[in-house]
Design a protein around this ligand. Sequence first.
Ligand SMILES: Cc1cc2nc3c(=O)[nH]c(=O)nc-3n(C[C@H](O)[C@H](O)[C@H](O)COP(=O)(O)OP(=O)(O)OC[C@H]3O[C@@H](n4cnc5c(N)ncnc54)[C@H](O)[C@@H]3O)c2cc1C
Length: 424
Amino acid sequence: MIMETPYWWEAAKPETCENDLPQSVVDVAVIGAGYTGLNGAITLAKSGKSVTVLDTELPGFGASSRNGGMVGNLLKPGIGGLIEDFGEERGIAIAKEAISSIDYTRQVIEQEQIDCDFSLNGRLYPAVLKKHLSSMAEESEKRARFLDAKEDILDHEQVKEDVGSALYVGGIRQYGTGGLHPAKYAKGLAKAAISAGAYLIAPCKALEITSTSSGFDIKTGKGILKAAEVLIATNGYGENLVPFLQKRIMPIGSTMIATEELDPDLVATLFPTNRVIADSRKMLSYYRPSPDGKRVLLGGRPSIFPAPAERQAANLKSRLTEIFPKLEKAAVDHVWSGYVAYGFDALPVIGTHKGLHFAMGYTGSGVAMSGYLGHKAAFQILGKTEGETAFDGLPFPDRFYYNGQPWFLPLAMIGYSIRDRLGF
Ligand SMILES: Cc1cc2nc3c(=O)[nH]c(=O)nc-3n(C[C@H](O)[C@H](O)[C@H](O)COP(=O)(O)OP(=O)(O)OC[C@H]3O[C@@H](n4cnc5c(N)ncnc54)[C@H](O)[C@@H]3O)c2cc1C
């Protein structure tokens, strides 16, 4: 029987924080206890602010304890796209900050002594088609030129040094990126936030936020929380709490499976260098060994329309078998889903709206960026120059046809599937 909870929760299940609302006005209310909110809360509490963090469910319950744990530094538009959209100086500055988000993550993990299997072992981007490989190689060369990135462009044989699969024509090997155990990281952050003096209340949903003469009233099922400042850190789970954000952020589901325990020697032949992997398809698959080297985890979008968990697991399992035929008989014992968040420019955003601070929209690559922007947002609330970032003031467009329900997503996915099948 397949368990419909994240494999990661076996080692680090999110826990409740059954606290009452503070009676006095707090300096900052943080809405959302994922990586964004918890990193923001740590920075704020360490700066002497009184901080209350609310989460509808549990700390880390959202994407932060469900993700693939791949610590990456690439933004969706790529360095080429960033330079085209923002000019060379700003484009490079934005891309460099995404790279430094990994340094920030490493520092937090070290400072807070979070035991979360963090390793910067590099990442592989294997290409399914020659066409993919040449555009990936072009982008890699630009990263070398503009960002001094050290990467290897691999052919069909070389790519097998990192992945035990004959599926790929080549790939890009990246250094300085890697992986962690996402739920252990989330749990460690929650503990660090509490140690720093932040007050966590979960489950406790923010139902409505009203502006007052002295700050904000946040209505919850436990009463009203009064705060001078608010950080919205809800990413793909924000629903209609802040309509301005709801109109600009698309929640998009992503699903993962974990195999049963396998022979570690077999897993080592599939991942000879223990690198995390994300392939080049439009309907991409990302996969990795579990940190203990006993399982294989794979994620992606398993179906165009919603489907029962068992079917989603079967679809992802067939992708896994396509990559690794040796896993044909391996059973899947966990399947789970979560929401990532996309803005229409496919870039993370940080800013304020009507006095509310926000950071979100990590396009499925937020393990490092979310904590980094949560930390930056905290400095912005403190009015400190450390809060300045190249992400300040990026366009954050809405669309007349979008009001919080990405109804057009199945159409886009049909297009992507066709492109994958026809090899575009
Ligand atoms: C299946 C999956 C795989 C992924 N894989 C990777 C990966 O390998 N690498 C990578 O870099 N990124 C990955 N991501 C993305 C990454 O997990 C996210 O970008 C990151 O966790 C975002 O953190 P966050 O704190 O902003 O949001 P979340 O962790 O989603 O937290 C938001 C929180 O806000 C709370 N909330 C929402 N509304 C309210 C409210 N009204 N009141 C109180 N609380 C509220 C929610 O309960 C939730 O806990 C993946 C995501 C998913 C879902």
